[in-house]
Design a protein around this ligand. Structure first.
Ligand code: GTP
Ligand code: MG
Length: 463
């Protein structure tokens, strides 16, 4: 096995600030000999004689003047069963800024180099312990803010996604082998699979990629949240709905139409998916300047929203203005919210010709809270519809992966077309090789230094 780099790197691996413990991680060929200059065991043999994956209590001393810096618990992990596959020493200091900085300083003056952002994980990747999707999952795991995000990240960390991608790549490679054989031995009478079989194999791959791509929608929702705009005429109860969903008095509610002017943004979580709610100004021909701007913001919110909650007042006759807005509003997921169900209804559902674009209608009272749960369940159903459950199956949460999967799919489709029209094998092989490269770039088998640099620079120092 070729090991990447052999200089020894070190960094503070825990968050900076006060904490119970803080960890300095050292990795590389000289990790143990560097540590030996800084940590002094209380008794017994030197570090070199210690068993791998053992811990001991030690004094941390400055190798330059011999002064004591801290008292620490030190763990020794020898290659290859470590995070980086190199020798790793971790010094568990007290979690104070001074103790950590001084210990790191001591380790650096003992011969280690300050690690770059993500360098430990980069080494784990370059030394072959994990593939690129797993390395990327490390940062997603750290950044997870919801249960669903964490589940998806950990499943990717454990190789769930890599396995799926490899499965697809293997099939493409099988077809490529057949196509190449047909090129190489075209004069000989060698048995290759008939074109129809190759076509079917590629078609299966196409479906497998498609399935992965459908999870990307949910992946993006999990990672970035779902933008949800609350829209409607003035005074229908948009701000009241925001407050009801948040279960707190966040936005100002008054009987005066035109109360909300700015966009008010708050996040709630439904089934582990963050919903970024935007309460907006009621849409109407506004007379004053401030409200006009508010109305423009509202219209922009609709455009960038994935879910639009279109609110009407069920206790008042539907106006031409409501109907006009109803037909104008567009969005990926449109839900009609008939508010004020605690008051006598002024119209029935039948009276309203709801455009097909609306996926559901919910009657509720933002004032009493009746029906709020129904709305939440409706949103939840929509978010889960068409996408697999987060647990167990691989989800594409990364835009880079999504992009590459799309390229690979385009290649597979092109190859199918070429096979169908009986084009020369050389051309088909080239297209398939490109598709295979795209898939390899996801797992990191065929990835350039620039891409690696971009990925690992997003990491924190010490990871
Ligand atoms: N009875 C009843 N009144 C409600 C309900 N929801 C809101 N209201 C009242 O309707 C009025 C307007 O509510 P808001 O939440 O400020 O309405 P809005 O759509 O945000 O209004 P603008 O910000 O002006 O566009 C207030 O007096 C609320 O108390 C409801 O479910 N039932
Ligand atoms: Mg309002």
């Amino acid at each position: 096995m070729m090991f990447y780099g052999n200089d020894t790197i070190a960094a503070i691996s825990t968050a900076v600030g006060e904490g119970g413990i803080g960890i300095i991680r050292i990795s590389g060929d000289a990790a143990i000999s560097v540590a030996e200059k800084v940590v002094k065991k209380r008794k017994g043999a030197g570090l070199g004689a210690l068993q791998s994956h053992s811990m001991f209590l030690a004094s941390v001393v400055d190798p330059v003047d011999g002064s004591q810096i801290d008292e620490a618990l030190v763990s020794i992990m020898r290659a290859p069963y470590t995070y980086t596959r190199e020798d790793v020493v971790e010094i568990n200091c007290h979690g104070g800024v001074m103790a950590l900085r001084k210990t790191l300083g001591a380790v650096l003056s003992a011969g280690a180099r300050a690690a770059e952002a993500g360098e430990f994980t980069k080494r784990a990747f370059l030394n072959g312990r994990i593939d690129l999707t797993q390395a990327e999952a490390v940062i997603d795991t750290i950044r997870s803010k919801t249960d669903a995000a964490l589940k998806a990240a950990v499943s990717q960390l454990e190789g769930g996604l890599s396995e799926k991608i490899r499965g697809v790549a293997e099939k493409v490679a099988d077809v490529l082998t057949q196509v190449e054989a047909a090129v190489d031995f075209s004069d000989e009478d060698i048995e290759t699979l008939p074109a129809t079989v190759l076509f079917d194999l590629l078609n299966e791959t196409n479906h497998a990629i498609e399935q992965l791509l459908t999870t990307a929608i949910r992946g993006r929702m999990i990672k970035e949240g779902v933008r949800t705009a609350i829209i409607g005429k003035p005074n229908v109860g948009k701000s009241s709905l925001l407050n009801a969903l948040l279960r707190k008095e966040r936005a100002i509610v008054t009987p005066i139409p035109g109360t909300t002017r700015d966009v008010i943004e708050e996040t709630i979580t439904i089934k582990g998916i963050p919903l970024v709610l935007q309460d907006t100004a009621g849409i109407r021909e506004a007379s004053d300047e401030v409200e006009k701007i508010g109305v423009r913001f509202a219209q922009e919110a609709i455009r960038s929203a994935e879910i639009v909650l279109f609110v009407v007042d069920g206790s008042r006759q539907i106006t031409a203005e409501d109907t006009r807005l109803l037909h104008e509003v567009d969005g990926e997921l449109l839900i009609l919210v008939v508010n004020k169900s605690d008051l006598p209804p002024a119209w029935s559902a039948q009276e309203l010709a709801l455009p097909d674009r609306f996926k559901a209608r919910v009657e509720l009272s933002a004032l009493s809270g009746d029906g709020i749960e129904v709305l939440e369940e409706t949103v939840e159903r929509m978010l889960l519809a068409g996408s697999l459950d987060a647990a167990g199956s691989a989800i594409v949460t990364n835009a880079r992966h999504e992009q590459l999967l799309k390229h690979a799919q385009a290649g597979v489709n092109e190859a199918m077309e070429l096979i169908k029209t009986g084009r020369p094998e050389e051309i088909i092989a080239t297209v398939l090789r490109d598709a295979l490269d795209n898939l390899g770039e996801i797992t990191g088998e065929t990835v350039g230094d620039d891409v690696l640099g971009r990925i690992f620079s997003q990491f924190c120092i010490g990871k």
